[in-house]
Design a protein around this ligand. Structure first.
Ligand SMILES: NC(=O)c1ccc[n+]([C@@H]2O[C@H](COP(=O)([O-])OP(=O)(O)OC[C@H]3O[C@@H](n4cnc5c(N)ncnc54)[C@H](OP(=O)(O)O)[C@@H]3O)[C@@H](O)[C@H]2O)c1
Length: 286
């Protein structure tokens, strides 16, 4: 199988390359190689490489900044995926496109299923939902994979930020009333390759198993990092979303029902197990 990755410099893009299964020849493109907002550049790459499958992990992911830079967010998260889908259609390549739990408003009592009604509460969420629509309009059989709370060793993410702050401070205040599932980019990448290899079609949800608040996640990071001698120790205090206002609203409870995806990929590890794996990797980097 021949694959093309867009967004190869991001957390998921790097994890896709690091977890490449045998038998797949991959050509990967980071932002400096190709700007996905350029339809001409996207078409040229796909026509030249003739992939069987394209995985689009490129995105505008600055959730708060997207409130002010909404046009840019829509260009990269909505218009560009439309170009990618058209280029895939032109060469009969399959497309695996990444999306987010932020297409939901977070008011559901149960985990969201792939066909539940969407209702984003931020510009980022609206731009990602528009991207889903653009992809499906051109390629109804594309795989759209929604995930959540992604982190990777060496990336720019919550875990790495917490480790830095926990090294600098004795106490941290972290939001305790937003619930989701932390997801290691490595486990996500392995699932994406399985979906790609299986020719999966439609909307899929993939996160690691279990659930946490940001406060619960931060507490686990503190405990695990202290056990690995990465930090001395830090008190993690719970606060509410109202105590920590941000430009973008976030879903309060955005758990994803991954049952149908796990039937293809196999079950996911609990997020805390994946956190330990990532912290070992992060420790090796420092
Ligand atoms: N991170 C999360 O918690 C999370 C949660 C749910 C869903 N997702 C989705 O998962 C996917 C991968 O996210 P991630 O965590 O890997 O994000 P990431 O680390 O921010 O990676 C995204 C990559 O896309 C690149 N990019 C941005 N604009 C581009 C453009 N015009 N042309 C080419 N490349 C461009 C970025 O480059 P620069 O860094 O140079 O801008 C970055 O390397 C995205 O679709 C995201 O929406 C992420």
């Amino acid at each position: 199988m021949r694959a093309v990755i867009f967004g190869a410099g991001g957390q998921v893009g790097r994890a896709l390359r690091a977890n490449l299964p045998e038998g797949i020849a991959v050509e990967s493109f980071a932002r400096e190689d190709i700007d996905i907002a350029s339809a001409d550049a996207v078409f040229a790459v796909i026509k030249n490489t003739r992939p069987d499958v394209v995985i689009n992990a490129a995105a505008y992911t600055a959730v708060d900044r997207a409130e002010a830079e909404t046009d840019t967010a829509f260009l990269i998260n909505a218009k560009a995926p439309g170009h990618i889908a058209e280029a895939c259609k032109a060469v009969s390549a399959r497309l695996v496109h990444m999306s987010t739990d932020y297409v939901f408003d977070g008011t559901s009592e149960r985990p969201y299923r792939p066909d539940d009604p969407t209702h984003p509460v931020s510009a980022y969420g609206r731009s990602k939902l528009a991207g889903e629509h653009a992809v499906r309009k051109t390629l109804p059989d594309a795989a759209i994979v929604r995930t959540a709370w992604v982190y990777a060793a060496g990336g720019a993410n919550f875990v790495v930020t917490m480790l830095r702050l926990m090294g600098e401070r004795d106490e941290l205040a972290v939001v305790a009333d937003q619930i989701g599932t932390p997801t290691h980019a490595d486990s996500l990448a392995r699932a994406l390759w399985k979906l790609a290899a299986n020719g999966a079609e439609g909307v899929f949800h993939y996160t690691d198993a279990g659930e946490a608040s940001w406060h619960g996640f931060a507490t686990a990071i503190e405990e695990e990092a202290r056990a690995l001698n990465m930090i001395d120790g830090c008190t993690v205090r719970p606060i509410t979303t109202a105590d920590y206002p941000t430009p973008a609203a976030r879903p309060a409870r955005s758990l994803l029902d991954c049952t149908a995806t796990y039937a293809i990929t196999g079950p996911a590890n609990h997020w805390r197990e994946e956190l330990r794996i990532m912290l070992d990797q992060q420790k090796a980097l420092s």
